[in-house]
Design a protein around this ligand. Structure first.
Ligand SMILES: O=C(O)CCC(=O)C(=O)O
Ligand SMILES: [Fe+2]
Length: 301
């Protein structure tokens, strides 16, 4: 399948798919990405890991924005996550800004505009070495990392760069957990003990905790609500598990100033706040087209 051959209407979520997403907090797409695009992203990620950036920005050397900027990735027995990968690699940018991904996101959340929010390239090393929890992504809610975002409708597209199964540590979502809104401290991406996190979850809706492993073939993309609790287990295959996580904001999202919480120092500051333009009121502008390009504009579904 080449990109021009994709029948976009045929891969859009149906009314049932959209209802399923809203009820359960996740959706798995049909095959929407061509092998060429994925090959370009894989090649782009290796260039990025060597520190070869296709484009540079004023902040591309600032470790406060992302500690891995300019740090070559050589020890492949350790996992790694690189923020802003789509800014530095054209191959990854083609995925992160893919118009069909943005259209699907818009349909799922019923938005008239989708802007990019953030991306992260994730390399999960095989866990056969000394660290049996190597590469575990602790169950978390993405929105807890973005308290300065007003929107509660943000959505993540998770794009594997090859087939993913439980064997190599595919993404796992907890069904319906986007409704479990009082898990305030779920900034637990780096916690390796999944049982510990699960023992602390507050299931306000009273449903059973059902984990759904999202097994995807190359070219498919999964989507999850910004409150859906998700994570991943170790990669027990022989090969790395590579994915690009693409976080998206709806057009209505705005910066929320939380500094009233402390006069002494900023309570929450996102790395974006260091690099995006400021609005007239002096606050970060989450519609800055350089950092948050608009990927979809249309009519609500
Ligand atoms: O790939 C993973 O293990 C985690 C990805 C994730 O947390 C996300 O896409 O929001
Ligand atoms: Fe996440």
């Amino acid at each position: 399948m080449s990109d021009s051959e994709l029948d976009v209407a045929a891969v859009m979520p149906s009314a049932e798919d959209i209802a399923y997403y809203r009820q359960n907090g996740y959706y798995v797409s049909k095959k929407i990405l061509s092998d060429d695009l994925i090959a370009g992203a894989l090649e782009g990620s290796e260039r990025l890991y060597r520190g070869e950036y296709d484009e540079r920005f004023a902040w591309s050397d600032d470790p406060n924005v992302d500690p891995n900027f300019g740090v070559p990735y050589t020890d492949r027995t350790r996992s790694r996550a690189d923020g802003y990968a789509s800014f530095h690699s054209f191959g990854l940018r083609a995925l992160a800004r893919h118009p069909v991904i943005a259209s699907i996101a818009a349909a799922l959340i019923g938005a008239t505009e989708i802007r990019s929010w953030k991306d992260q390239l994730i390399y999960k090393a095989p866990a056969s070495g000394p660290q049996e929890n190597e590469g575990v992504t602790g169950f978390h809610q993405d929105k807890r990392y973005w308290p300065t975002c007003r929107s509660d409708r943000m959505i993540t597209a998770w794009i594997p760069l090859h087939d993913c199964s439980t064997q190599n540590g595919c993404l796992v979502v907890i069904k319906g957990s986007h409704q479990w809104r009082n898990n305030h401290a779920l900034v637990t991406f780096d916690e390796k003990n999944q049982d510990y996190i699960k023992s602390k979850l507050i299931n306000s809706e009273g449903d059973e905790l059902v984990e759904v492993p999202l097994e995807l073939q190359r070219g498919q993309v999964s989507f999850h609500d910004c409150y859906t609790i998700h994570g991943s287990y170790p990669n027990v295959s022989d090969s790395p598990r590579r994915a690009l996580s693409v976080h998206l904001q709806d057009g209505e999202n705005r910066y929320r100033d939380l500094n009233f919480l402390s006069r002494a120092k900023p309570v929450y500051k996102h790395s974006h706040d260091l690099i995006c333009r400021k609005a007239e009121n002096g606050f970060p502008d989450y519609s800055d087209p350089e950092i948050f390009p608009t990927l979809y504009r249309g009519t609500a579904g």
